[in-house]
Write a protein that binds this ligand. Sequence first.
Ligand SMILES: C[S@@+](CC[C@H](N)C(=O)[O-])C[C@H]1O[C@@H](n2cnc3c(N)ncnc32)[C@H](O)[C@@H]1O
Length: 195
Amino acid sequence: MNKKEIAAYFDKQAPGWDAHMVTDDAKLRRILDAAGVRPRVTVLDVACGTGVLFPYYLARDAARVIGVDISAEMARIAAAKLHDPRVEVLCADIETLPVHLRCDCAVVYNAFPHFEDPARLIGSLARWVKPGGRLTVAHGMSLAALHRHHAGRAEHVSREMLSPEALAALMAPWFAVDTALADEGIYLVSGQRRA
Ligand SMILES: C[S@@+](CC[C@H](N)C(=O)[O-])C[C@H]1O[C@@H](n2cnc3c(N)ncnc32)[C@H](O)[C@@H]1O
């Protein structure tokens, strides 16, 4: 699993991505509530793909949305979709991208298993979140479904997802984790950046 391979894999997936996307508004409401997305916040969408969550942030009156994705094709589609001055899309590796603003909410949606070193990712995201802001890692499926999904065709670009407890422990040095669960159709870990 290396980053060039990951970008190439998602470049290929990008054109058909939205056609296969199933969004569940009730789950997304739960995720965005936990993530603290509310009027006037600045959101960092980590590994944003084609920007499936952008309309949901804007519907909650986010002041600014920065989407970052390592796949040029994913980022191109995300940028072409919305022409809104509040949204900026960057094609970059989030782990090496210099921090140019500290955000209220960092959201990693359906993307965490594509990062090889979870502790390194959390450490780099901690730089982006303001004290009092939140980091949220979420999936619209259970942990068992995640294991099945990532052991399938995406195996060479994924690692096994951590349990919510293990992820909460990794986040704990920087974030006071108040939500760590994986049930029927959702995986959700979220915490507030310590000062
Ligand atoms: C399964 S897709 C999810 C996309 C989007 N969040 C969604 O739910 O539709 C995972 C995304 O992670 C991106 N990604 C993987 N490693 C990355 C990195 N180091 N920096 C930024 N994006 C990355 C991939 O390019 C891909 O678009």
